[in-house]
Design a protein. Sequence first.
Length: 364
Amino acid sequence: MLRGMKFVIKRILRFFIFLLIVASATCSYAKGQYTFIPKVDVYRVKVYRKLPVKLTYPARLKSFKDVIVKAQVSGILLKRFFKEGSFVKKGTVLFLIDPSTYEAKLDQLKAELAGAKAELSYAKANYLRIKKSYLENLVSKDQYDKAEYEFKSAQARVKSLEAQVRLAQINLSYTRPRSPISGFVRMRKVDVGNLIEFGEPLVEIVKIDPIYAEFSIPDSDIDMIMENSHHLKATLIVNGKRIDGKIDFIDRKIDQYTQTLKLRAIFKNKNLLLFPNEFAKVELSGVFRENEVLIPQRAVLQTTKGPVVFLIVKDRVSPKPIKILDQYKDYFIVKGLKPGQFIALDNLLKLRPNMKVAVDKTVK
């Protein structure tokens, strides 16, 4: 019986010892003395002194030239000489406005001019005769002055009528409106038979080779763009194609409502496959960022409060909020980190503040 008692006591003691061991381990785990230590790769933060970047902006295509032909005289529209949508060369006659009134006016002025020239011829001959007689004291001063007045008046009338004839010729030429540029004719704005008034739009002509792309850059990019303005290269991205061009205009006034600056690039359009008002993208190269911090994209954890990285300081985890400025290949250009700091690259979802980690390797 004594042996049985000893056996039971030993069993009880063993059970209590086991409980003490479990309780001690549990307390140690709760106090952080015993925990799983994950391995992580880290990236050493560094500053890039001069970083080539490409900036992309939404753009809208604009015609190289866009002209609305307007009537410069009034009258009945008699003919149209073009096919809508066709290409016309500069100087091509587009319409015929009834020229009869203007032809008659021109003929009238030409007749008056011929009469004025005859009067001038007579006044000149008379003046020269009177002048000779006056120098020989054969006529009075009044006769000389009158002959000189009539001669000069005849000269002035001839000049006036010559100017009127030129004006009438100009007005007559306006009855045949011509294309001021080489380009494509859009839909007509008037029909044959209409009474056309002075200044009334007749048709629009557009030139689309080359073609413009207008776009705006945010004020945060202005300094970087202006510092590299002499090295800028523009590439148009549209319908899966890339077309090289160049910047031909940078505005000098920021839009007060959008805080953006307008730029314009010019591109060749020989195949005429690009159209005004079409949406596209313009990629700018030849731009450099200076003194920027780059980190791998996989080192960033997106949270409800914004992007975060995990600093590794003395094998301990320290969350650090950052600001993403831009993207460069597989990296983010960020603000909020200092060169020489180490950030975790993997196991981000397992990391907790002040957790102990083991650095597996440093990635450069």
